[in-house]
Design a binder for this molecule. Structure first.
Ligand code: FAD
Length: 358
């Protein structure tokens, strides 16, 4: 008996990797994506070697990014650098998501754009345009956005983490400053990742506690100016900023789905959220989509899949949370930078331990 093909909600790395994997196996899934035109999602855009392997497995070719082979850490006056264990890539999410969606469509998945899912109740999905859908299997891949009825647990409002992104204009001086490094600038109750992407345009992405932003009247511009005054290296990079600033609220770093509802496969950020300083969120999203597709094809239940994925994400997320925890305190952040300087090989080990294996 042939089961009904899964319905996928969300066209980011998690949803598209599931769509491609299913379509490559001859299944014809339908993917609903709320955006009509692919945007540039708020993300550091660091693709680890493990992420690049998954993309290759999915048949993604022609990535045009900026090669990254080093980690550079700034904490107070301390600076340290260490080689990454393997080559990584800096790339805009617009390019990545466009390539993944195109590949899913070419492989035979149905992509329906401009469809927003509003709510889930009693096995039924309601869309913003009034349609009701009753999928036998749902692949939930709405990423940073929760759907009513399937939302992740709410965080303690006093301790929430926000994501903020500004873009840096391509310039030879910026290229000289950042080069082939992914940079981590550590601050009290927050950090910032900087890297170059295609065309040597820069991406500067912050994860900051809401309480820290509140110290600056809740205004990201005031926070950025204060961090630039505190850290000359950060200020040097921020000097290249383009107009505009994107923000996202309440990122539940460290959360892992350990159970699910019957027929609901939770993928990507809807299954597990790794602190972004690890640069492995996209890797987990792609891996979860591939694992879910293969599990479903093999007749695995949603609950068994979720347990398997939770097991695979526990170590990388645990280590990344530990680094995040100690990195957002001034004294221990300096110790981390000191560790990177005196034992660069250890930084490489941590970079490996925060990858998902699948
Ligand atoms: C500040 C910050 C920096 C980061 N930097 C990095 C990094 O450098 N490297 C890295 O690997 N990871 C990074 N991450 C993590 C990474 O962005 C996520 O882990 C990854 O995007 C998860 O992919 P996803 O497919 O689950 O979700 P998403 O990428 O969020 O995609 C979800 C998709 O679903 C669609 N959607 C949402 N709601 C609905 C709905 N109701 N109906 C229909 N469609 C819907 C959205 O439009 C979107 O296309 C960062 C995260 C943050 C917050």
């Amino acid at each position: 008996m042939r089961r009904n093909d899964p319905l996928i909600v969300g066209g980011g790395p998690a949803g598209t990797s599931a769509a491609i994997s299913l379509a490559m196996a001859g299944v014809r899934p339908v993917l609903l994506e709320r955006q009509r035109v692919t945007g540039d999602a708020l993300c550091g855009g660091f693709l680890s070697w493990r992420t690049l392997q998954s993309l290759e497995r999915l048949g993604i070719e022609g990535l045009e990014g900026h090669d990254i082979d080093r980690l550079r850490v700034f904490a107070g006056q301390a600076t340290a650098e260490a080689p990454l264990p393997h080559k990584a890539l800096g790339i805009s999410r617009q390019q990545l998501d466009s390539l993944l969606l195109a590949r899913a469509e070419a492989a035979g998945a149905g992509i329906e754009r401009g469809v927003t899912v509003r709510e889930w109740h009693d096995g039924t999905l309601e869309t913003a345009d009034g349609a009701s859908l009753k999928p036998e299997t749902l692949f939930l891949a709405s990423g940073k956005h929760d759907i009513r009825g399937l939302a992740r647990p709410r965080q303690d409002p006093g301790n929430q983490t926000l994501g903020i992104r500004v873009r840096l204009a391509a310039h030879p001086s910026l290229a000289r400053l950042v080069g082939g490094a992914v940079e981590l600038h550590m601050f009290e109750r927050g950090y910032c990742g900087v890297e170059l992407q295609e065309g040597e345009r820069g991406n500067l992405c912050l994860a900051v506690r809401k309480s820290r932003l509140a110290d600056y009247g809740g205004d990201p511009e005031v926070l950025l100016a204060a961090w630039a005054a505190e850290s000359p290296a950060f200020g040097e990079r921020l000097a290249f900023r383009e107009k505009g600033c994107d923000a996202i609220g309440a990122v539940p770093y460290g959360w892992i789905a350990r159970a699910t509802l019957p027929g609901v496969f939770r993928l990507g950020d809807q299954s597990a959220v790794i602190p972004s300083l690890s640069g492995e969120g996209n890797g987990i999203a792609l891996a979860s989509g591939i694992l879910a597709a293969n599990g479903w094809l093999a007749g695995e239940t949603a609950d068994r899949f979720q347990t398997r994925l939770a097991r695979a994400t526990t170590r990388p997320i645990g280590i990344a949370c530990w680094l995040w925890h100690w990195g957002e305190r001034k004294d221990t952040a300096r110790l981390i930078a000191g560790g990177v300087r005196f034992a660069p090989w250890l930084a490489g080990r941590f970079a490996e331990w925060t990858r998902i294996s699948h």
